[in-house]
Structure formats: structure tokens, C-alpha cells
Design a protein around this ligand. Structure first.
Ligand SMILES: C[S@@+](CC[C@H](N)C(=O)[O-])C[C@H]1O[C@@H](n2cnc3c(N)ncnc32)[C@H](O)[C@@H]1O
Length: 212
């Protein structure tokens, strides 16, 4: 019998995690990370924690952090960065579509540049809503669908190829619509381009509550 791990290509296991860490470490993302994570408090869940690049930005208001990611290789990199965190950190190999947490166990869900790569974003957001306490917050910064038809056209055209080399990344997800469709109420939202190629740099940054 062949396990899922056996079926993963050498690219997925060896190259992609190092590439993601390198790309996501770029200095231009640091300000977005700091601003997104700043309001995190209490029991925090970070969805798609990757190589742990947000860990240095959490403050003392965070009492416990659970980081989940399906990639064992990225979690191993994140483990090496837990020394910089201000609270106990537990890293779990899991998918956002099936969170290994009880209902209403979490005060803050943090998600940075992960929803683009999650195969079933609606299921993942439903899970985030399930685990958040009433009045809890989803804090996010994600790249996604741009407003200009000319950019959107290329985002739609390139996504089927791009996601094979980009770890499942979709260029064309309209993040605020996905978040609202899952039953969240958006509390704040900033959109706009950061520096870099337009196909990849239209950002949705904000916060949302689980709604009624
Ligand atoms: C572009 S990386 C971003 C990593 C990290 N959030 C950061 O800001 O550096 C996308 C992340 O989404 C994760 N991911 C992909 N599918 C996922 C899923 N089903 N559930 C949770 N995370 C997932 C990847 O393993 C990867 O860590």
C-alpha cells in the first residue's frame, strides 16, 4: 500500500517547503504580518502556519498558540522558530478543513497567505467559525482576485498551472466573498496592491467575527 506521503513528489517534499520559506521570508511582508497578528489574544489558532514566520510577532496577550499545517517539512521549520514566541506553542499536522479542536475553543484565528492554498476554502472557513468562541476574531491577510478585469483575466488563466508549482496556490480567490459566504461578518477590510507582480500582490487584510 502506498501512503499519501509516498505519493508526494520530491518537489513537494524537498523543494517546495524551502521555496515557500524563502519567498514568505521577504522583508516586505513583515509589516503586514505584524499588523495582522497584533490583535491576537487568548487561545490562538494559526491556520497554515507554514514555517512559523508569524511567531516573532505575537504579543503577551496571547496565552496559548496552536499552529496547524499539513506539511511536516514546514512544521519542522516552524518548530525551530517557536523559541521566539511569547507563549506555549503546539504545532499539529492537520488540514484546515478538519480542525482537531473542540467547538468554541479559540479566541483568535490567524491566517496569513494560506486561504489561497487550501483545497476547500469554504470547508476550512466553516471549521474556523466552528472553533471560534462567540465574539472571537478571524484576523487575516491574503492575496487574491484583483479588481481590474485585465489582471483578473490572467489570474484566471494562470491559476490551473500556477497551483501545480505553487503548492496549490490559487491566484483568483475573492477572499472577502469567501469569508462572508462562510457566515463571518467582516469588521475591517483593507485592500490594495503591495509591491511585486500584480497577479500575486492584491491583498485583502482585515478581521471578521463568526456572526450569529
Ligand atoms: C504561502 S504558504 C503561507 C505560510 C504561512 N501562513 C506564512 O504566512 O508564511 C501557504 C500555507 O498554506 C498551507 N496549507 C495548504 N493546504 C492547507 C490546508 N488544507 N490546511 C491548512 N493549511 C494548508 C501550506 O502548507 C502553507 O504552509
Amino acid at each position: 500500500m502506498c501512503s499519501d506521503r509516498d505519493r508526494m513528489s520530491l518537489y513537494d517534499r524537498r523543494v517546495l517547503p524551502r521555496l515557500l520559506d524563502l519567498v514568505m521570508r521577504q522583508e516586505t511582508l513583515a509589516g503586514y504580518r505584524a499588523r495582522t497578528v497584533a490583535a491576537a489574544h487568548g487561545d490562538v489558532l494559526e491556520v497554515g502556519i507554514g514555517s512559523g514566520l508569524n511567531l516573532q510577532f505575537y504579543g503577551k496577550a496571547v496565552s496559548h498558540l496552536t499552529g496547524i499545517d499539513p506539511s511536516a517539512e514546514l512544521l519542522a521549520m516552524a518548530e525551530r522558530r517557536t523559541a521566539g514566541a511569547p507563549c506555549p506553542v503546539v504545532l499539529v499536522q492537520a488540514s484546515a478543513e478538519a480542525l482537531p479542536l473542540d467547538d468554541h475553543a479559540i479566541d483568535t484565528v490567524v491566517m496569513t497567505w494560506s486561504l489561497c492554498s487550501i483545497p476547500d476554502p469554504a470547508a476550512a472557513l466553516a471549521e474556523m467559525r466552528r472553533v471560534l468562541r462567540p465574539g472571537g476574531r478571524l484576523l487575516f491577510v491574503e492575496h487574491g482576485l484583483a479588481p481590474e478585469p485585465s489582471v483578473r483575466k490572467w489570474q484566471n488563466r494562470l491559476t490551473p498551472c500556477w497551483r501545480h508549482v505553487g503548492g496549490g496556490c490559487h491566484l483568483n480567490r475573492k477572499m472577502d466573498d469567501l469569508i462572508r459566504a462562510a457566515g463571518f461578518e467582516i469588521v475591517s477590510l483593507d485592500t490594495g496592491y503591495m509591491t511585486g507582480p500584480r497577479l500575486l500582490t492584491f491583498l485583502y487584510q482585515g478581521s471578521a467575527t463568526p456572526g450569529a
